[in-house]
Design a protein around this ligand. Structure first.
Ligand code: FAD
Ligand code: NAP
Length: 542
């Protein structure tokens, strides 16, 4: 019997897009690495979110690894739809893991519970469900949207039907045929769930607290000629995406919604709407996120679309948001969501008028009545950005807990490292573009930056790296300043932590743009890891 390996150059936590990419890069450096994944298989988001209707909102052809991972995979994989559904994305990630033979270094069904930096040995001790292992570098790939959030509804233990959180959807088939189903939430997840469940269930109650501006997805199968054209110019596509604001290879550079006539504006919005998805926001006008008046024109356009789609005028009015500017909460893409409210078996419940009081044995009681249901689907989101990090007990120098350090909000340098936690790297950590971008592009950028950094450290005999206090403070101030120049602070969104009671309110991701952020990260490297303290320890034995 061989003794299991317990000391690694690097431990990676999580095996979604980020963990897979990082492992591949670590292998390329010749480092020993182990990936721990809490789920039963690789895939991350796409392993857990199996709810009916789950699909990506980034167009599939951009929601992929680039040639940075593998030119062969990029060329051989063919997406079937403009926005691939969850099973196809999961198949893709399995294909990546299998083609690159990644699984042999990935241990699934294993949660990392704690990680402590041992200053004397300059190593991380990582406690998993079944072992303690050590590593020089600890790399988190835990996902910005992987810590599910179930609000503490009173009476949940009394409910005698079935309930599900979309982010922990069962692996066995869930048959809702003929049932009375409650969907709580109206975010990007619920917007996908409702039209699908409406075709199975006898009755669907959609419990809405805040109406969203849902954009027309305009999904369609991808035809072979289009795929061929994309594959022929993938290099340019990725180059454009990397330099863009949101990690997508499009986006108008400079055109104000207020600088054109109302007729011209309407024409441009109609065009963006017809193209579908985020083109409506990024390919129309460049001041929608910055100027309230400009934003109001787009908001009114979407409200008019809702009113034109939903037959019942009262329901349409409830579905038409008026309490926040468009795009200050993550705009969902819809594929039949508004039409679903024209069905006899779909009812909108207005929680602003009558909030939920308690769950009961047979359903949900709001302040004005009880809704009897067989199943409840909680599409209530995530403790985003920090939840998956602070749910682990990560302790840095002097036993400082990450959770304690971040009690008033995350403090990082570039969203990739945090002072007091040497040799800890966070892929798409808070204060990086992350969720304000097409994530595979940001994941690759962080994976590359970290791999290049490790290569530098080893080539220069540097045994530990962490941000300086000045750099961390400076980055935090910059992140806040850039956020304040936008309309994003105006809405109670998960982007600002408003969905989690007690969570400090601030924009958790960096809105300065994927391209400028990349440039800043590259400058830091060009200036000899400016803003980082690089240390040579005398003791660094494994
Ligand atoms: P994840 O895919 O979340 O993987 C993280 C993994 O880490 C998880 O499997 C988790 O189990 C594991 N983990 C966490 N903590 C621990 C621990 N302590 N120990 C062991 N394992 C741990 N982004 C886009 O850009 N475009 C989209 O269209 C898009 N669609 C989305 C749809 C849904 C339904 C959701 C929820 C998110 C979507 N996102 C989208 C965001 C999505 O999360 C990212 O695109 C991407 O999947 C993130 O990959 P990741 O590897 O960073 O994190
Ligand atoms: P979400 O956007 O946070 O939405 C949660 C919903 O639950 C909101 O409507 C919220 O209402 C409601 N809610 C929360 N607590 C409640 C309570 N106590 N009572 C009543 N309602 C409550 O979560 P999500 O829809 O899962 O989406 C999260 C993110 O995941 C998205 O923004 C997106 O980034 C990603 N995602 C992407 C896709 C895709 O790209 N295809 C699909 C799904 C998810 P309030 O608004 O009033 O708080």
């Amino acid at each position: 019997m061989t003794t299991p390996q317990t000391a690694f150059d690097a431990v990676v936590v999580g095996a979604g897009f980020a963990g897979l990419y990082m492992l591949h890069r670590l292998r390329g450096l010749g480092l020993s690495a182990r990936v721990y994944e809490a789920g039963g298989d690789v895939g991350g988001t796409w392993y857990w979110n199996r709810y009916p209707g789950a699909r990506c909102d980034s167009e599939s052809i951009y929601y992929s690894f680039s040639e940075r991972l593998s030119e062969a995979i990029l060329q051989e994989w063919t997406w079937s739809e403009r926005y691939a559904a969850q099973p196809e994305i999961l198949r893709y990630l399995h294909h990546v893991a299998d083609t690159l033979d990644l699984r042999r270094d990935i241990q699934c069904n294993t949660r990392v519970r704690a990680a402590a930096y041992d200053e004397a040995r300059n190593r991380w001790a990582i406690t998993t469900d079944d072992a303690v292992v050590t590593a020089t570098y600890l790399i988190t790939a835990v996902g910005c949207l992987s810590a599910e959030h179930l609000p503490p509804f009173e009476g949940i233990a009394m409910f005698q039907g079935q309930w599900y959180h979309t982010g922990r959807w069962p692996h066995e088939a869930v048959d809702l045929t003929g049932q009375r189903v409650a969907v709580i939430g109206t975010g990007a997840t619920a917007v996908q769930v409702v039209p699908e469940v409406a075709t199975q269930a006898a009755q669907v109650y959609v419990f809405q607290r805040t109406a969203n501006y849902d954009l027309a997805g305009q999904n369609r199968p991808l035809d072979p000629a289009y795929i061929r054209a994309v594959k022929a110019k993938y290099k340019e596509i990725w180059a454009t995406a990397r330099a863009s604001a949101f990690g997508l290879p499009y986006g108008v550079l400079d055109r104000s919604a207020l600088a054109v006539s109302p007729e011209e504006r309407q024409r441009i919005y109609e065009e963006g709407w017809a193209v579908g998805g985020f083109h409506f926001l990024f390919d129309t006008f460049s001041d929608l996120l910055f100027d309230k008046e400009a934003n109001a024109t787009a908001a009114e356009f979407v409200r008019a679309k809702i009113r034109a789609t939903v037959h019942d005028a009262d329901v349409a009015e409830l579905l038409a948001p008026k309490d926040h500017p468009i795009s200050t909460k993550r705009p969902p893409l819809e594929h039949g969501y508004y039409e679903a409210f024209n069905r006899d078996n779909v009812t909108l419940v207005d929680l602003r008028r009558a909030p939920i009081q308690t769950l009961t044995a047979h359903g949900i009681r709001t302040v004005d009545r009880e809704y009897a249901v067989d199943s409840i689907i909680f599409a209530t989101g995530f403790d985003a950005m920090t939840g998956s990090l602070t749910r682990m007990d990560i302790r840095g120098r002097g036993g400082l807990a990450l959770k304690e350090k971040w009690a008033a909000g995350p403090r990082t340098y570039l969203g990739v490292a945090t002072r007091g936690f040497p040799n800890l790297f966070m892929i798409t950590g808070p204060q990086s573009p992350s969720v304000l971008s097409n994530m595979p592009v940001s994941i690759e950028q962080h994976g590359d930056w970290i791999a290049d950094c490790l290569s530098y450290l080893r080539a220069h005999g540097v045994t530990s790296i962490e941000p300086t206090l000045d750099a961390e403070n400076g980055w935090g101030a910059h992140v806040a300043e850039v956020a304040a120049a936008t309309l994003l602070p105006l809405a109670d969104s998960w982007w600002v932590g408003a969905n989690i009671p007690g969570k400090p309110r601030q924009l958790y991701a960096y809105i300065g743009g994927v391209g400028p952020y990349r440039t800043r990260c590259d400058e830091v490297v060009a200036n000899g890891y400016e803003g980082f303290a690089l240390v040579v320890h005398s003791m660094c034995a494994p």
